[in-house]
Design a protein around this ligand. Structure first.
Ligand code: NDP
Length: 274
């Protein structure tokens, strides 16, 4: 396993995403992921699968402190008291006394960001949360959180894959010693049909998805959290530590970078130009 070293912590660079996995399937796949060797699990209050993820963690036999566990607070629960209630419910369902990382899932302009982050900091001070961060924050909101409010954030979790450039956010995070966690790192499966990624992968005996993940994980300060409901693909996504991209491979993948954003709900903020 490769780690991202960020603010004195070591975060497993490759995590397992759980959006869309429910009930028994979520439990089975998180256990499978832990058996394969994943040690970083990404869930969220809104995914409705925290109880299943909690069962998987408990039944896996892997020590809790070997696993980096992230959950998120939904954008309707960002007022101070609502954050505390959301996290209590998450900890109860996950059957754990702390998560390693708590994220603001999406920004919500109707709630002062300072109040949300104050609640996050109080939870961190109480030890219920190891570190705090945000998700889906463009640079303007990162600036507000970090420079105006003074929050000590570990990361911004944003959509990032070979078809979507994140140059401004990545630049900001690097300047402030923070991590970028790439969600939808396989472009929700679309990387599998990309001829350039197929060709790059082929040169190394690897799949297009493996080429995409290697390209992400080669970038300093970047973690990635692919999801799969299949043991075969979860294993394939984990087998990315035994090959190296050449400069030529990287240049070819860099040229795919564009505005291939897939996750853009009505409540999304104004994104940075990509
Ligand atoms: P991904 O980019 O991880 O793609 C998942 C899709 O790709 C699934 O359809 C999966 O199918 C398929 N797939 C998985 N592995 C392979 C492979 N090796 N080859 C081909 N296809 C493959 O998308 P997600 O949107 O799920 O993002 C990953 C995680 O990021 C989420 O699960 C969630 O934890 C997080 N996330 C966070 C968001 C946020 O707002 N903070 C928003 C979106 C995601 P199959 O399951 O059949 O293998």
């Amino acid at each position: 396993m490769q780690f991202v070293e960020v603010k004195g912590r070591k975060v497993p660079a490759l995590g397992f995403g759980t959006y869309g996995l429910d009930g028994d399937e979520a439990e089975r796949m998180v256990r499978t992921a832990l058996d394969i060797g994943y040690r970083h699990i990404d869930t969220a209050r809104s995914y409705g699968n925290e109880a299943a993820v909690g069962r998987a963690l408990r039944r896996s036999g892997v020590a809790r402190d070997e696993i980096f566990l992230t959950t998120k607070v939904w954008h309707d629960s960002l007022a101070y008291e609502a954050v505390l209630s959301s996290v209590e419910a998450s900890l109860r369902d996950l059957d754990t006394d702390r998560v390693d990382l708590l994220l603001v899932h999406w920004p919500n302009r109707a709630v002062p960001l300072a109040a949300t982050l104050h609640a996050f900091e109080d939870l961190r001070d109480e030890g219920k949360v190891g570190a705090i961060g945000v998700s889906n924050f463009p640079v303007a909101l990162l600036r507000e959180a970090v420079e105006e409010i003074g929050a000590d954030l570990l990361c911004d979790q944003v959509e990032y894959h070979p078809l979507l450039s994140q140059t401004p956010v990545l630049g900001y995070l690097r300047r402030h010693g923070m991590m970028l966690t790439a969600y939808s790192p396989l472009a929700q499966g679309r990387v599998a049909n990309n001829p350039v990624l197929a060709e790059v992968g082929h040169r190394h005996g690897k799949s297009p998805a493996q080429a995409a993940l290697r390209w992400l994980l080669d970038q300093p300060g970047v973690a990635a959290i692919p999801k799969s409901g299949s043991e075969r693909r979860a294993r394939e996504n984990f087998e990315v530590f035994d090959f190296t991209l050449t400069d030529r491979d990287r240049r070819e993948i860099d040229r795919l970078q564009g505005d291939g954003r897939l996750v853009n709900p009505g409540w999304a903020p104004d994104w940075d130009a990509s």
